[in-house]
Ligand binder design. Structure first.
Ligand SMILES: [Zn+2]
Length: 91
């Protein structure tokens, strides 16, 4: 794991209590307090929040996010982690 990602995790409330390796990528958004409320608005229950139509998370991502929205930077952390967790699961 590179330093940037480690730092991002430490900065994320919720991640400090969890080791990464046992998180199912499908559950990742539930561990990110700023993403979690928007998952309820997704059209598909098994939404990965990466490319699905009608995704509540993607709809809430704003480059100038205010409260109750998701910053583009946080969404990038999510997508990076999702890719990393998906990789880890192949072994
Ligand atoms: Zn979604």
């Amino acid at each position: 794991m590179d330093t940037d990602k480690t730092t991002a995790l430490i900065d994320s409330p919720g991640f400090q209590e969890f080791g990464l390796n046992h998180i199912d990528p499908a559950q990742l958004a539930a561990y990110m307090p700023d993403l979690k409320p928007h998952v309820a608005h997704c059209k598909f229950y098994n939404c990965s929040h990466l490319h699905e139509p009608g995704c509540g998370v993607m709809a809430a991502v704003k480059s100038d996010a205010s409260a109750h929205e998701i910053s583009a930077n946080r969404y990038k952390i999510y997508s990076d982690l999702y890719a990393e967790l998906s990789q880890a699961r192949k072994y």
